[in-house]
Write a new protein. Sequence first.
Length: 163
Amino acid sequence: MSLQRQKVNGGNVAQRRLHGAFAGLSAPRSGRLLRAAILPRMLKLIVRWLLLAAALLLVAYLYPGVTVSSFGAAMIAALVLGLLNTIVRPLLVLLTLPVTLITLGLFLFVINALMFWAAAGVLTGFNVTGFAAALIGSLIYSLCGMVIDVAVERLFSRDASAA
């Protein structure tokens, strides 16, 4: 087959494919791309962050081994926990994979508790009294996080389908 350009309906096939692949990226001057793609993602991230900070306050309210001094401290702690879970946790999971396999995944609870405890060790307004408190606090926080994730996904998928 030759590498000649094929004309389909008066246009180049390669140009049509290229245009189709980048159709959503060409933003008109009105900023439609910003409103349609970036702002909902940012709003979703901010809502999730605020709800996770509220979840930390709930953990401190439900379990006396975890204390949070203010909502601002909870917001910073939620941010630090998110960063630790994004950067450090995958490395720990990979390094402790043999132990995790032997314990049938139960060692992941220990890793979660270590992340919770490490965040409390770095911050001043977020305190955990010990490893057992970190384990129980991380379990409650994880359960709240799962509920928050489901709620935020449903909320923003409903907004996307209505638009």
